[in-house]
Design a binder for this molecule. Structure first.
Ligand code: FES
Ligand code: FES
Length: 215
């Protein structure tokens, strides 16, 4: 009996590894679950495999929708959003939590998605720049203010700047210019459009006295 179980365990490991290699090569193009991998194996082997595995086919709440997606155990949220869910508004630049280009909101708080493991945001609400539009596709007031103030230059950092500004105004609807500058410090802009962005935030907040053109 012991030999039968050992043989089944060996077979389970062999199948798991084969499946693993296939999926790495297929770069997450196929759905995964431990029960699927282990179908046809002995019950003891199946239990052992499930206990040592990580569920990869998970549900994420992104922009108000539940999305089923196959996620590697150490995959970052930026990768999942951009390359598996097609939400390319979230940019990847430094990929090491330094620039803010990849900023998204998780439960209304900003996070660098390049440095957040996707598996840690299950059961939380993720909002990307694509999720800020109104029900009829209209721009979010912060996005409109960025347009009105001609905020971006090259635009690469802009989605992260917009998301960070939206999160700021959710927490503090009437920030001073200095408070906004402090709150936006985690979002770098190689074009140095910082004053444009601060003007836009002041406009979105209705604080026109602190819009400084030509500053
Ligand atoms: S790409 Fe994430 S902080 Fe720079
Ligand atoms: S507008 Fe070019 S990096 Fe910010």
């Amino acid at each position: 009996m012991t030999e039968i179980i050992a043989s089944a365990d060996h077979e389970a490991r062999r199948l798991s590894r084969r499946e693993f290699i296939k999926r790495v090569i297929a770069s997450g193009a196929v759905a995964s679950s431990a029960s699927f991998v282990m179908s046809g194996c002995a019950p003891g082997a199946r239990r052992a495999a499930v206990a040592g595995s990580v569920e990869r086919l998970i549900t994420l709440n992104v922009n108000g929708q539940d999305r089923r997606v196959d996620v590697l155990p150490q995959e970052t949220l930026a990768t999942t959003l951009r390359y598996k869910l097609g939400l390319t508004g979230t940019k990847l630049s430094c990929d090491r939590a330094e620039c803010g280009a990849c900023t998204v909101m998780i439960d209304d708080v900003t996070h660098y998605s390049c440095s957040t493991l996707t598996h840690t945001v299950r059961a939380r609400k993720v909002v990307t720049v694509e999720g800020l539009r109104g029900p009829n596709g209209e721009l979010h007031p912060v996005q409109q203010a960025f347009v009105d103030e001609l905020g971006p230059q090259c635009g690469f950092c802009t989605p992260g700047q917009v998301v960070a500004a939206v999160a700021l105004l959710k927490k503090n609807p009437k920030p001073t210019r200095e408070q906004a500058r402090h709150a936006m410090a985690g979002n770098l802009c190689r074009c140095a459009a910082y004053d444009n962005y601060l003007n836009a935030i002041m406009r979105a907040a209705g604080n026109t006295a602190e819009i400084h053109h030509g500053a």
